[in-house]
Design a protein around this ligand. Structure first.
Ligand SMILES: Nc1ncnc2c1ncn2[C@@H]1O[C@H](COP(=O)(O)OP(=O)(O)O)[C@@H](O)[C@H]1O
Ligand SMILES: N[C@@H](CCOP(=O)(O)O)C(=O)O
Length: 323
């Protein structure tokens, strides 16, 4: 369960006095999630999500995240809309943490992923990329390739507890991916803009089989659009035994192209980007695996899921994308 900071009733009541959203009826910690403390907040007016920002989120960047969500929601993307208080502020403080209230989105995160869902995600991701084009403020990707060597070093002492040779194996693939990354040396750059960068099944809601919304923009950043596609293929296009599902990836990519055609350089970079995306999630999961205290109210995610993806894509480095 991801609740790092509890919110007592009296603190919540005082906090809500600053808003015009009714009186609190109930406020429950939400089990899902990893990064922040989230609460389902019911008031006499409506249901909301209350988020207290923890650990990886840099408070100085919160206005960017909230601004992007506001921008995309105002242009028709179904994503949480930050709620302003009586003074027009969307970012506040509660229990010593930065805090915000957003609208509640109906639907549930994807559970049994299928080809049709992957196509819907491809369409929604391409729309997000196009809609974000007018949002000009940039946020560098704090979890991009420049962070990976440091993360690997931070895992070096204990990483092999999970699987012997694991740190070496990630390092070996990293050494091939970093020089091949778009924009490095003479490698071509790619179209870039605002990307979600964490478009996992738990962050995409469906209702009656139709994609109903996208949540959790707290890794969003300004980076290659095709990197978002690569992350999302990693997250959606493998089965429970970590076998690549080419039909899912083909459906996602085709649906994406239908809304935003990929340039030849993006196609050419996709295998490198997918390998890098697998490294990124293997590393952050490994770091969390090592550094999350056993009594923390959070379910740690398995780094080995992304090791398997890394190994799959690394076997295709230098070749066309395998779907
Ligand atoms: N706007 C929202 N509408 C409905 N449910 C939400 C919303 N935001 C978050 N949730 C719920 O909270 C859970 C955790 O949110 P998430 O943003 O993924 O947390 P974290 O950033 O901590 O990983 C989600 O899986 C979902 O159940
Ligand atoms: N999606 C990441 C972890 C971040 O968790 P989220 O709940 O914010 O999506 C992963 O699966 O490693």
């Amino acid at each position: 369960m991801a609740v790092y900071t509890e919110v007592p009733d009296d603190a919540l009541a005082a906090f809500l006095e600053g808003y015009d959203i009714g009186r609190p009826i109930a406020c429950h910690g939400i089990a899902e999630g990893v990064e922040n403390s989230n609460f389902l907040l019911k008031t006499t007016e409506a249901t909301f999500i209350l988020t207290l920002y923890e650990r990886r989120v840099n408070p100085d960047e919160l206005p960017w995240f909230l601004g992007l969500m506001q921008y995309l929601a105002a242009r028709g993307l179904s994503c949480p809309l930050p709620v302003a208080d009586r003074h027009g502020r969307t970012l506040r403080e509660l229990r010593g943490r930065p805090a915000a209230i957003t609208t509640f989105l109906p639907g549930k995160g994807a559970v049994a992923v299928d080809v049709d869902m992957c196509a819907q995600v491809g369409t929604a991701m391409a729309r997000l990329h196009l809609l974000g084009e007018g949002f000009v403020a940039e946020r560098p990707n704090s979890m991009g390739p420049q962070a990976w060597t440091g993360l690997l070093d931070a895992c070096r002492a204990r990483g092999d507890e999970l699987r012997p040779g694991l740190v070496h194996d990630i390092g070996a693939v990293l050494a091939r991916v970093l020089p091949a990354w778009p924009g490095v040396g003479n490698n071509p750059t790619l179209p870039r803009g605002q990307i979600h960068a964490d478009l996992f099944p738990d962050n995409v809601f469906f209702r009656d089989g139709a994609l109903s919304g996208i949540i959790d923009f707290y890794f969003a950043c300004t980076d290659w659009y095709a990197y978002d596609l690569a992350i999302t293929i990693n997250a959606w296009c493998f089965d429970a035994d970590h076998r690549f599902m080419p039909a899912r990836a083909a459906a996602m990519t085709a649906a994406y192209r239908h809304v935003r055609p990929l340039e030849a350089a993006e196609d050419a970079a996709l295998t490198t980007l997918a390998t890098g995306a697998a490294i990124r999630f293997a590393l952050t999961r490994l770091y969390d695996w090592i550094n999350t205290p056993p009594d923390a109210l959070v379910t740690r995610k398995n780094p080995l899921d992304y090791l398997a993806r890394m190994e799959f894509f690394a076997a295709h480095l230098g070749q066309e994308f395998p779907a």
